[in-house]
Write a protein that binds this ligand. Structure first.
Ligand code: B16
Ligand code: MG
Length: 218
């Protein structure tokens, strides 16, 4: 089966919003009286807002009522929105525009596979809404990564099978989601962290479509 579609995660692959999620969660943890490290934050990447909060509270040894948790998640999102509200196309990660030009040239379909409810707003801010044939975001799914739903839905909307898809992911949970969806996964980061990815590169800048298609067919 040949590859006909590329499915992209947003945070950490197209734009570096991962740092803003981290800053907002760190601020929240600090207000609650504890801290979260960058290493701990790796486990939050690709994880939904509510699941992230549960992991953070468990890390701080806190158990809070649902009402309070909703309040904290809303507060984190407000801080996050403050941080991303000034984003522009200058925040697109290096190599992304050139890579998308190659993807189009190769006639591949594209989908966004993000569990972020803020994804449509971020795409609009960076001017990349039209770069995708399908957009799956946190408003369209019920299960966050590592559940494969976000990528399975992406393939479905594009009208392709899982075997025709390549996923681009920077998160451990996202790589797992792509593999569970039955797709070839390109990890964006380092091989020591993204151990389950089929191939790994530091950024899209370091990749060519030709090389990926060759590896996926091997
Ligand atoms: P929001 P992705 C994920 O996006 C982020 O990696 C994760 O840190 C965040 O908690 C999640 O979106 C939900 O985001 O609070 O904006 O709905 O990596 O799947 O693009
Ligand atoms: Mg990500």
């Amino acid at each position: 089966m040949s590859i006909n579609a590329f499915l992209f995660d947003l945070d950490g692959v197209i734009v570096d919003t991962a740092i803003y999620h981290y800053q907002a969660w760190k601020r929240l943890a600090n207000e609650l009286g504890f801290d979260i490290s960058e290493e701990f934050n790796e486990g939050l990447k690709g994880v939904s807002r509510t699941d992230s909060l549960d992991l953070i509270l468990a890390h701080g040894g806190l158990s809070l009522p649902e009402e309070k948790k909703t309040e904290l998640a809303t507060q984190k999102n407000e801080w996050y929105l403050e941080l991303v509200s000034r984003m522009t196309s200058n925040d697109i990660l290096p190599g992304v525009p050139a890579f998308f030009a190659q993807v189009r040239q190769a006639g591949l379909k594209t989908a966004l596979g993000s569990v972020s409810k803020n994804a449509p707003m971020i795409l609009a801010r960076i001017g990349m809404t039209d770069a995708f044939d399908a957009i799956i975001d946190g408003n369209k799914i019920s299960k966050g990564k590592p559940d494969p739903e976000v990528f399975t839905k992406g393939a479905e909307e594009l009208g392709v099978s899982a075997a025709e898809c390549v996923v681009f992911e920077d998160a451990v949970a996202g790589v797992e989601a792509g593999k569970r969806a039955g797709m070839f996964v390109v990890g964006i980061g380092t091989p020591d962290v993204l151990t389950k990815a089929d191939m790994v590169a530091l950024s899209l800048e370091k990749l060519t479509v030709e090389e990926i298609l060759k590896q996926a067919a091997a």
